[in-house]
Design a protein around this ligand. Structure first.
Ligand code: GRG
Length: 324
C-alpha cells in the first residue's frame, strides 16, 4: 500500500533542515535527516530487545507485539524523549527506557484503535492491521501486553541508567498521560462525540488528552531523566503542548489531503465517521495558519536553550511540514 514512504519523509525532513531565516545561521548546519535516521536506528534496536521473541505458548503473542512495534513508524515520541534529554545536557542512556516505553504505549494505542470495536481499520504503517493478521483476541492481548511491559521497561531503567526517584516520577506522569485522565479519556471523548459538532476549544481539549498527553510525557520525562531543572521543564512543557497540538492539526489536514499510499493507512476517515476536525471547523487555510502559529510558539518556548535544543527546533518544523 505504502509505495515509498521514505520519499515523503525525506521531503519533509529536507524542508525542516532548510536554511532558517537570517540570524539563525548557526542552526543551519543541523542535519535533521541524519539525526532522525541515527536516532531511529538506536530506538529500533532497543525496542527489539524490549520485546523479545517468545517461546512456547506465548510465542504467538510476542510475534503479534513485534509485528506492530517493529513495523516502522516515524518514532516521533521516542525521538522527542531523547532530544529533550539532550536539550538539557543529559546522556541518552538515561532516557532510553522511557523512549521504548512511550513507543510501546503508542503502538498499543494504535492496535486497539484499529480494532473493529473502535475505528475498524485494515491498514496501519503500510501493512495490514494487527487484528487482520492475528485476529481480534490476540491483537487485543498484544496491545494489553505492550502497555503493561512498557512500564516494566521503564521501571527497569532505574537500575541500569537513571536515578530511581526520577524514574518513579516519570512512571507516575506516563501513567497519567496514558490513562483515564489522558489518552484513554481522549479516545472516549472522541468516540462518544462522533456525529456531533465541536468548538475549537473542545477539539483542543480532546486532542490534548488523546495525542497531546503522550507528547507531553515524552518531552517532560526525557528532560527530567536528563537532569533538567524546574525552569527547563516548564519551558519544555510549553514547547510540547504547542508541538502536540500542531501534530494533531496536521494529522487532521493529512486525513483530508493525504493519500493512502502516502500515509500507509486509510484516509478521509474523519469525515466518514462524522468527527469534528480542524479543517472542518476552520477550513484548510486557517488550519495551516494555526499549525504554523503553533510551530512558532514551540520555537519561542525553547528560545532560551542553546544549540543543544536544535533537534527539538527542527522537529517542530518537521511536524508541521510532514507529509506522512
Ligand atoms: C485505544 C486507548 C486507545 C487510544 C487510542 C492515539 C489514539 C488513541 C489513536 C490513534 C488514532 C489516531 C490516528 C490518532 C491521531 C493521531 C495519531 C496518534 C496518529 C498516529 O501517530 P503517528 O503519526 O504514527 O506518530 P506512527 O505510525 O508514525 O508512529
Amino acid at each position: 500500500m505504502r509505495k515509498n514512504p521514505g520519499q515523503f519523509f525525506s521531503a519533509a525532513v529536507e524542508r525542516a533542515s532548510a536554511p532558517a531565516a537570517s540570524g539563525q545561521e548557526k542552526r543551519d548546519v543541523f542535519d535533521l535527516h541524519s539525526y532522525l535516521k541515527e536516532r531511529a536506528q538506536i530506538i529500533e534496536r532497543a525496542l527489539a530487545q524490549s520485546v523479545e521473541e517468545g517461546a512456547g505458548a506465548a510465542a504467538r503473542l510476542h510475534e503479534a507485539m513485534r509485528y506492530s512495534l517493529l513495523a516502522g513508524g516515524k518514532r516521533l515520541r521516542p525521538v522527542l524523549v531523547l532530544a529533550s534529554c539532550e536539550a538539557v545536557g543529559g546522556k541518552v542512556d538515561a532516557a532510553m527506557g522511557l523512549a521504548c516505553a512511550v513507543e510501546m504505549i503508542h503502538t498499543y494505542s494504535l492496535i486497539h484503535d484499529d480494532l473493529p470495536c473502535m475505528d475498524d481499520d485494515d491498514m496501519r504503517r503500510g501493512r495490514p492491521t494487527n487484528h487482520k493478521v492475528y485476529g481480534e483476541a490476540i491483537a487485543t492481548l498484544a496491545g494489553d501486553a505492550l502497555l503493561t511491559d512498557a512500564f516494566k521497561v521503564l521501571a527497569r531503567s532505574a537500575h541500569n541508567s537513571a536515578p530511581p526517584a526520577l524514574v518513579l516520577e516519570t512512571i507516575a506522569e506516563l501513567a497519567w498521560a496514558a490513562g483515564s485522565a489522558g489518552m484513554v479519556a481522549g479516545q472516549v471523548i472522541d468516540l462518544l462525540g462522533e456525529g456531533k459538532s465541536k468548538t475549537v476549544e473542545e477539539l483542543e481539549e480532546l486532542h490534548g488528552k488523546k495525542t497531546g498527553a503522550l507528547f507531553l510525557a515524552s518531552v517532560r520525562g526525557g528532560a527530567r531523566l536528563g537532569g533538567a531543572n524546574e525552569a527547563q521543564i516548564e519551558s519544555l512543557d510549553a514547547y510540547a503542548r504547542s508541538l502536540g497540538l500542531a501534530f494533531q492539526v496536521v494529522d487532521d489536514l493529512l486525513d483530508v489531503q493525504g493519500t493512502p499510499e502516502q500515509m500507509g493507512k486509510r484516509t478521509q476517515k474523519d469525515v466518514e465517521r462524522g468527527k469534528a476536525t480542524y479543517p472542518a471547523i476552520l477550513g484548510i487555510e486557517r488550519s495551516l495558519d494555526l499549525a504554523r502559529e503553533l510551530e512558532t510558539r514551540a520555537h519561542r518556548a525553547i528560545a532560551g536553550f542553546g544549540d543543544s535544543a536544535d533537534a527539538l527546533r527542527h522537529i517542530a518544523t518537521f511536524v508541521v511540514e510532514r507529509k506522512l
